[in-house]
Write a new protein. Sequence first.
Length: 238
Amino acid sequence: MLEIDVISLFPDLFGSFIETAFVATACEKDLARVRVHDLRDWTQDRHRTVDDSPYGGGPGMVLKTEPLIPAIEALAGAKGPERRARVIYLSPQGAVLEKPKLAQLIAVEHLALVCGRYEGVDQRVLDLAVDEEISIGDYVLSGGEVPAMVLIEGLVRLLPGVLGNPSSALRESFGGDLLEGPQYTRPPIYRGREVPDVLRSGDHAVIEKWRRERALEWTLERRPDLLDRVRHQERKKT
Ligand SMILES: C[S@@+](CC[C@H](N)C(=O)[O-])C[C@H]1O[C@@H](n2cnc3c(N)ncnc32)[C@H](O)[C@@H]1O
């Protein structure tokens, strides 16, 4: 089972995300367990303080070492031999998330995801309590909650038994070496645009060949870098 603990200042953001579609399916089938924790539950003061102004001045607020480090350690153990979960801080400064990282993390049975807010976290949180930083792209969001959901959904889809039809994961973009080509459903003609005859031919071999050709065309047109990567990997093998 994949266990995921999330630490956030806005745990309510995760409500319907966890209760809907594949994440809910994974939890119902006991393939995953996702628990979202309110960082303020680890505060000690009356105002439930989590942030303070940055040393050296500057705009915004920074999440403090306490309560964040105690929260992380309560859920994942202290860094070192006692650590029970891999601690990931969602951060625009981390390595950008790609499929190989998902495949690597799915093998780690317990993850703790730390969602930043405001100007981010005190550097000592990263030094003392975080194992890895992951970004979802080169842009800045207001918090780590949406990035954490991106990571959770990416992982859950890879769990065997979650997708109704496992072969769909292989066909879709990044499932293999190509993007997925165009898809159609009823009606056969819409505003004068017709579904290609081949898809209605019932000849599965011809349909597969057509799909592969379109996937190749689209990948060449939209993401030629993916084909370069495949060529590079092939060269490395020989
Ligand atoms: C406004 S951002 C802080 C940005 C930080 N001051 C910087 O310049 O790197 C607040 C929080 O949102 C999250 N965040 C923002 N953009 C992200 C991204 N591209 N990937 C992952 N997390 C992100 C992080 O948890 C971060 O602590």
